[in-house]
Design a protein around this ligand. Structure first.
Ligand code: NAD
Length: 291
């Protein structure tokens, strides 16, 4: 199937990056969000991020103008109906994702491929609540999308080979690399990454180290480019907690128990960079550890 147009649901951290790379690769993009401010902020951010690419001579000004013209923002979910491929990148809550698919499905053509950028929720379960489980799969980008090379492609139990090949073709056109994961909780990247982040929060919770000592240890001691707490703030603490809950519920093993301190930060609305406060406070010029 030849994909020419892509509808993206959710214009948050991931949705704006997905719209950015898809438009630059020549796809017509419709981008929607329930929150008008989020949609406006996403369009602004895409503009600024592309401008930076122009100033670094990564893309031409003409390519930027053409890509920006290919993105149509809309507050109406069903405007995505004519798209060949849908990438759902809304908040990591299964009820929200089910509600989006239920509202969107009647406006889709039968051949439209439906995908989710979920970090952890069962693709098979999301697919089974739609009218097209064979044309449904996981299309998992990494954050920040314009920079990170990997896309995890996750087949649900019913996903057809044709659907897989069409999505694989999109990844190639985006000039990214795909890794195929089976549909088990949190797939590959987050199955390995999130327990490490959760353990870093436990290390903080139990007073083994401060925010600075934990991040410095993993940067200089394990050669990680970012410390685990800095990375958690970057991903979003609500997303980290949601993924730990999916691992805990889905694998029924206490080793995936979310750290109570992570829950506490989310309860406080301290979700990391996106709310200016998480394990670091981002309101000043430089991030300040909150513990
Ligand atoms: P985010 O909180 O930055 O953005 C989510 C957006 O979805 C918000 O703008 C919100 O208004 C919107 N939204 C909520 N309900 C909606 C609805 N009914 N219709 C349309 N839009 C709606 O979250 P994010 O970090 O961009 O994560 C989005 C998805 O991507 C999640 O499934 C997450 O697991 C996944 N993901 C996140 C990361 C990461 O590092 N943050 C990485 C890979 C995948």
């Amino acid at each position: 199937m030849d994909i020419k147009s892509i509808g993206i649901v959710g214009a948050g951290q991931m949705g704006n990056g997905i719209a950015h790379v898809c438009a630059l690769a020549g796809y017509d993009v419709a981008l929607t969000d329930v929150n008008e401010d989020a949609l406006d902020a996403a369009m602004d951010l895409i503009d600024r991020n592309m401008e930076r690419q122009v100033s670094r001579e990564k893309i031409t000004a003409d390519a930027r103008d053409a890509a920006l013209a290919r993105i149509t923002p809309t507050l109406t979910l069903t405007d995505l109906g004519p798209s060949d491929l849908i990438i759902e990148a809304a908040t990591e809550r299964e009820d929200i994702k089910h509600a989006i698919f239920a509202e969107l499905l009647p406006s889709l053509r039968p051949e439209t491929i439906l995908t989710s950028n979920t970090s952890s929720i069962s693709i098979t379960r999301l697919a089974s609540a739609t009218d097209r489980p064979e044309r449904f799969m996981g299309f998992h980008f990494m954050n920040p999308v314009p920079i990170m090379q990997l896309v995890e492609l996750i087949r649900g139990i019913a996903t057809s080979e044709e659907t897989y090949k069409a999505c694989h073709g999109v990844v190639e056109r985006l000039e990214k690399t795909s890794a195929t994961a089976e549909d088990f909780p949190a797939f590959i990247v987050n199955r390995i990454l999130m327990p490490m982040i959760n353990e870093a929060v436990y290390t903080l919770y139990e007073g083994v180290g401060t925010v600075t000592s934990i991040d410095t240890s993993m940067k200089l001691g394990a050669n990680h480019p970012m410390g685990p707490l800095e990375l958690a703030d970057f991903i979003g603490l609500d997303t980290c907690l949601a993924i730990m809950n999916v691992l805990h519920d889905g694998l029924a093993d206490t080793k995936y128990r979310p750290c109570p301190l992570l829950t506490k930060y989310v309860e406080a609305g301290w979700l990391g960079r996106k709310t200016q406060r998480g394990f670091y406070d981002y309101q000043g010029d430089a991030p300040v550890p909150t513990r």
